[in-house]
Every structure is written in structure tokens, then in C-alpha cells.
Ligand binder design. Structure first.
Ligand SMILES: Cc1cc2nc3c(=O)[nH]c(=O)nc-3n(C[C@H](O)[C@H](O)[C@H](O)COP(=O)(O)O)c2cc1C
Length: 197
């Protein structure tokens, strides 16, 4: 069974992120074609990147990095739930991504974003470029939530009627691509084993 992580994108006290990520997780868990788990970056207490070696070498010196690496390697795909901060994703999510390299490689991702008039679209455009560098393939369909219409008073999350359908379309694409890339990862693992790595 494919395993998909729903990754939070905000560590801010009073964040809207939690309600959105919980909604994604609840809805996803009704599906039978993959397993879903909420992964809250706030629980990993990652400081600003403090590893002496670049993540490409996977030589981690801190327990927080090892715990984050173990968690992220255990998935086939990811849903990033991102707010829009200054037309980009959050520094906290960028930092959490920067910590690792191989753990993300040859996997797929989809996005759920929220923000003002653009629904977090600009955050996702940046995030697509960021995860491309760690070799994550991003699906086209995405869920854009408006603080004006999908939240009451910018706080209480009440997603519009069409949002479930949009989420389902994104998850359909994510599961297909996560499954396709699994074959590539098995091939790479076999080659590494033959080379004695
Ligand atoms: C530092 C900061 C910058 C923001 N910049 C934008 C922005 O560029 N575009 C936008 O639509 N909303 C922006 N917002 C509003 C956030 O999208 C909104 O506050 C959202 O709830 C933040 O997510 P969070 O509550 O989960 O942390 C910004 C909020 C913060 C805190």
C-alpha cells in the first residue's frame, strides 16, 4: 500500500494550517487506494538548519534530523499544506525541506494552499521550484483555499462545497505518480545494492 504524508506548512501559534491539514487528512483517509498520515513539522522542533554536512551525504549529527529523516523516508508521496507568506511558502517549511535530500528523491507531491486573493497560488509556484531541486515530481491539480470565502472571519475553516472534489482530483494524480515513481526507486535501490553502496 502506498504511504502518503500530509505535511503541515506553518509552525505559527494560532496557525490556520492545522485545521486545513486535518481536513485534508480526514478526507484522504476515506480513500482505500493509499494510507495517509499527518506529519506536523511543528512536532519535530527543527532549528534553522544546523547540520555541518550537506544533506546530500545523509550524515546527520542531530537527533532532530535523524527523526525527521526516518519519518520522511517512510513515505511514497507528500501533500504539502502551505500558507502564503510574502508571496512564497513559509520559512519553516523551506527549512524542513532543506534538512534532507535523498529522503525526498524520486517521489511525488501535491499541494493544498491558502491565502488572500490568490489562495496561496504564489506560495505553491515557489514551492514547486524548491521541491524540484530535491527531485520531487509535482502534480498539476492543486487545492487553492481563500481566506475570504473558505474561512469565516479569516479564522474558522469552512471549505466551499467544491473543495472536496478538488482535493480528490489532486489525490488521484498524486497516488498515480507516487505509484509510478516507486518502480524507479526500487530500480535505484537494486543498482545501489549491486554496486555495494
Ligand atoms: C509573514 C506573513 C506574510 C503573509 N503574506 C501573505 C501574502 O503574501 N499573501 C497572502 O495571501 N497572505 C499572506 N499572509 C496571510 C496568511 O496567508 C494568513 O495569515 C494565513 O492564515 C497564514 O497561515 P497560518 O495561519 O497557518 O500560519 C501573510 C501572513 C504572514 C504571517
Amino acid at each position: 500500500m502506498l504511504k502518503i504524508a500530509i505535511i503541515t506548512g506553518s509552525t505559527r501559534p494560532g496557525r490556520n494550517n492545522e485545521a486545513v491539514a486535518n481536513w485534508v487528512c480526514r478526507s484522504a483517509k476515506e480513500r482505500k487506494d493509499a494510507e495517509f498520515e499527518l506529519v506536523d513539522i511543528a512536532c519535530y522542533n527543527l532549528p534553522l538548519l544546523d547540520e555541518p554536512m550537506p544533506p546530500l551525504f545523509a550524515q546527520y549529527s542531530h537527533d532532530h534530523t535523524k527523526a525527521w529523516s526516518d519519518k520522511i523516508s517512510s513515505f511514497d508521496g507528500y501533500v504539502f499544506v502551505t500558507p502564503e507568506y510574502n508571496h512564497s511558502t513559509s520559512g519553516a517549511l523551506k527549512n524542513a525541506i532543506d534538512y534532507l535530500f535523498r529522503e525526498w528523491q524520486n517521489k511525488a507531491a501535491g499541494f493544498v494552499s491558502y491565502g488572500g486573493h490568490a489562495g496561496g497560488a504564489r506560495a505553491v509556484e515557489h514551492l514547486r521550484l524548491i521541491v524540484a531541486e530535491v527531485m520531487v515530481a509535482t502534480v498539476r491539480a492543486q487545492v487553492l483555499l481563500s481566506l475570504f470565502t473558505d474561512f469565516e472571519n479569516f479564522k474558522a475553516f469552512k471549505p466551499g462545497a467544491q473543495r472536496e472534489k478538488e482535493l480528490s482530483t489532486m489525490l488521484d494524480q498524486l497516488i498515480e505518480w507516487s505509484a509510478a515513481l516507486k518502480a524507479l526507486r526500487s530500480e535505484a535501490a537494486e543498482e545501489a545494492a549491486v554496486a555495494g553502496e
